[in-house]
Design a protein around this ligand. Sequence first.
Ligand code: TRP
Length: 487
Amino acid sequence: MSDSVSPLNDPSASGKPSPNREQWSSRLVFVLAATGSAVGLGNIWKFPYITGEFGGGAFVLIYLICIASIGIPIMMAEIMLGRRGRHDPVTTMKKLAKESGHSRSWGLLGWMGVISGFLILSYYSVIAGWAMAYVPRMAAGTFVGLDAQAVNSVFSNLVSNPETLIAWHTLFLFMTMVVVAKGVRGGLEKAVTYLMPMLFLLLVILIFYAMGTGHFSEGLSYLFNPDFSKITTEGVLSAMGHAFFTLSLGMGAIMVYGSYLPAHTSIAKASILVAVMDTLVALLAGMIIFPIVFANALEPGAGPGLIFKTLPLAFGQMDYGTLFGTLFFILLVFAAWTSSISLIEPAITWGMKTFQISRIKTSVISGILVWFMGLFTVFSFNLASDVTISSVISTQYGEFVILKDATAFDFLDYLTSNIMLPLGGLMIAIYAGWLMKQEYSREELSVGSFWFPIWSILVRYVAPIMVIIVFLNAMGVVAFVRSIMGV
Ligand code: TRP
């Protein structure tokens, strides 16, 4: 990407198609940007805690299968649609549908993406605020020598205080919206070039710490020894939902990034690279956190606070822990920052075009909306922590837990990760696999005569069928049919 104009702030991005539309300068830059979007709180905060909630190995295995068989093919499809449409997701889908003679209602897919991004950012920003709140605490040496219980109470004190959470949420969201509004993205992208490898390096340092806890192999076997008796239908749905979440799929973010991709770059190679790096970061995070959990007799299913209860404990005990810990949370905030930008970018490009207002105005309005939405998440951890909903369907074929004592935050997370993203991904797969003319997809992907049919099978059959089965399973339909047929 050039220094002066960044593609994501190109005014033509939401206007008429421009022959000179800005493009990434190379595949490497695209891969960096997409990795910046993919690697975030999902990998370091969410993956470990949901793995802990759903019992470890079996969940991880299902998640990995979903990355390979659903995530990568759908990522290719989403980038491909973006590059062919070269617009915001709504316009792209309308334009492509028209090109292939299908209904313009495909624009709804883009529209659902815009809403998903909004909803996700509203809680993402609050959690990123937690990570920010840990920077000064780390730097001040708050955790030095603390035991597990004391580290726990630092976390509980933080989340029980709505004013503090709102303050950090406001700061993080402000940082995000400034980048989105002003177009210093070029600068941020450059920062990512250095910061991402640093984050990776720190994770490697932490792995050595985890090895020294004496519980490393216990952690590894928790992560990689599948115990299928622990997995529930809800766990399967969450593993699939997380595959979408962690790769930033199903809502048009990667589609927007793809819209700036030069015509000749290989979509397949880029997708695989991004997915591999993303998965590596998540697995590293898991391999660090679970040994610490077991070494300190903590609860793997501690929920959203898991990394905030484990990592500070490690930093508090290790040499140079104050330095590494401070650096770690700073880098985590950066990782969250590059992700949050991609969450709101589809909404911004769409809003500018639809309401014909400037990027700055669109950013201010979106920022205010997301800020208010974020309050639901803030209060989920304190004032309104007992305002919950449950939705359990019990039938003679079993009990189907859709939501159990879900706070507003749990509900938002469930709705977006487990329903909206897979649904968006399903529609992307159906469009790219079945409705787009094969000559177009063949031309865009240009992966050769061996790989194209494989992609085609994955995106036409495997991915959609898997998504549908997981959905039906979660709703109890599969159990119902099996019992009728006696199998
Ligand atoms: N993938 C990011 C993470 O793991 C979050 C994210 C960024 C995202 N953009 C997205 C999730 C688009 C879903 C859709 O933290």
